[in-house]
Design a protein around this ligand. Structure first.
Ligand SMILES: [Zn+2]
Length: 296
């Protein structure tokens, strides 16, 4: 069996920033931060971020491009601000968010997913869901308010379950999406439906995708994945049978792998696992027991 306690952490797992929620409605304090010549501002779009080598680029507030101003919080008493833009200007060295995120330390990674989650939400929720009026940003970027009906709208997070299933022989079940290249395999995953517990979602998704009933659904850890708005909730689960019947639409193939097979196949390149940034990879390595080669 696999234990949930694993020393190695996946990306975006350990937030160290104080979100300063009590300051979001303090315009004087916010104005002072934005006019502070030493203030450092991240520049973030829905799918790109300004980078400075392997670090987030921080620009003086006076030089930040126009956009929605948000407060991320503070790290070691240093305030972190961000400007959300439609497009990161080329002179600020934009990079795709996922590629950049994989190179950041835990603190910067947490700031990035906070900012990107807000950027994606603002980009796709410009109007009031109740009356259709155009909404206004409030609470330093963490609320949208409707001027017509006064409704307050909060950033949404969509929970998804992701699970490493093992059988009696302690083999791992990995599947391949229909749209993926032939060598690419990963843990199963799916969105939680209304009225469903996380554990129910694990059992339903595994049954739907590969026809296997699972038991002993055990929480392992979670990972914000704001592309656009997911929270990946990781589990281990035990299969009650080994007979696989793939659904044939979402999942094209699924197989049981021993540790030796995973090691040999990733080494030869005939099995390609998820990237190191993902909780899927973390679950697989938690089962496997040590580092593996092969990423995408
Ligand atoms: Zn409204």
């Amino acid at each position: 069996m696999v234990g949930p306690a694993q020393e190695r952490s996946h990306s975006f797992a350990r937030s160290r920033h104080d979100r300063l929620a009590h300051r979001r409605d303090d315009p004087e304090w916010l104005d002072a931060r934005w006019s502070d010549p030493d203030a450092a501002v991240l520049v973030v779009g829905a799918d790109a971020v300004a980078m400075d080598g392997d670090d987030l680029r921080r620009v003086p507030a006076a030089q930040a491009p126009p956009g929605e101003r948000v407060l991320l919080g503070s790290v070691d008493d240093r305030t972190s601000l961000a400007v959300i833009v439609d497009q990161v200007p080329p002179e600020l060295h934009p990079e795709p968010v996922r590629a950049a995120g994989g190179r950041l330390d835990a603190t910067q990674g947490a700031l990035l997913v906070h900012a990107v989650g807000l950027a994606n939400w603002h980009a796709t929720h410009p109007r009031c869901a109740r009356c259709g009026e155009r909404t206004e940003i409030a609470q330093a970027g963490h609320v949208r308010r409707c001027p017509a009906c006064s409704a307050l709208h909060f950033p949404r997070t969509d929970p998804a379950v992701i699970m490493l299933v093992t059988d009696e022989a302690d083999r791992a079940l990995l599947g391949r999406h229909a749209s993926w290249p032939p060598q690419r395999y990963s843990t199963l995953a799916g969105f939680v439906e209304p009225g469903e517990t996380l554990e129910d979602a694990v059992r339903r998704e595994v049954l739907e995708e590969v026809g296997i009933a699972v038991t002993d659904v055990t929480y392992a850890g979670s990972q914000p994945w704001p592309f656009p708005s997911s929270l990946m909730v990781g589990f281990f689960a035990a299969a009650r049978s080994a007979s696989i019947q793939v659904d044939g639409s979402e999942i094209a193939d699924a197989r049981w792998f021993t540790r030796a097979e995973v090691r040999a196949l990733t080494g030869s390149g005939s099995l390609v696992l998820p990237g190191l940034v993902s909780i899927s990879r973390w679950l697989i390595e938690g089962w496997h027991g040590d580092g593996l080669s092969g990423t995408w």
